[in-house]
Write a protein that binds this ligand. Structure first.
Ligand code: ADP
Ligand code: MG
Length: 171
């Protein structure tokens, strides 16, 4: 597992990190976004979408649990597991359908990004896929610190791409 820390002074930095991640992705990738409410998970997803040329507005799929965005380059799927806090029964049909949807889209596309928020509520959701984990924390100065870790080849490649292109981020 490799790890890098990136400081994000403002929402624009968070978006730029999303775009940088998108730029480095060329296979099947899960991006797990970990962070408290307001940390910047949706902001980062907006940057990802922009980086992929998605024109639709990106919002949190909290009530739907999954949003799909069309892109000329790489299809982007946005899962939000937050509602599992209420429906903790992982055997319920809606929840197992969500897992089926993930498996199906990971099989269907050679290039695809699945963003998953609140993965900590269901750690096994994407256990078999290469995962880039982005944990976002508040810093004392009102900005954020993002910690990136990888699991599997695709995520390792994306993390390396980020590492090589950090010159424009604050130290
Ligand atoms: P989440 O989806 O994690 O709940 P959001 O992406 O909605 O959080 O972001 C919450 C707020 O934090 C937004 O107003 C956004 O502009 C702001 N924000 C995002 N990244 C940063 C950052 N690096 N520094 C300061 N504010 C940020
Ligand atoms: Mg959000």
């Amino acid at each position: 597992m490799n790890k890098i820390e990136i400081y994000l002074n403002n929402a624009e930095d968070t978006q730029r990190l999303g775009a940088l991640i998108a730029q480095g992705a060329s296979g099947r990738l899960v991006i797990a976004l970990i962070g408290d409410l307001g940390a910047g998970k949706t902001t980062l997803t907006q940057g990802l979408a922009k980086g992929l040329g998605v024109e639709d507005a990106v919002s949190s799929p909290t009530f739907l649990m999954m949003n799909e965005y069309c892109s000329q380059e790489v299809p982007l799927y946005h899962f939000d597991l937050y509602r599992l806090q209420e429906d903790l029964d992982l055997d319920s049909r809606a929840v197992s359908n969500l897992k089926l949807e993930l498996d199906e889209l990971m099989e269907s596309f050679p290039r695809v990004i699945a963003v998953v928020e609140w993965l900590n509520l269901w750690e096994d959701f994407c256990a078999e896929y290469s995962e880039l984990r982005v944990s976002i924390e508040y810093t004392n100065d009102g900005g954020r610190k993002a910690t990136l870790t990888d699991r599997g080849n695709e995520a390792e490649k994306v993390l390396r791409h980020c590492q090589e292109n950090l010159a424009s981020f604050p130290k």
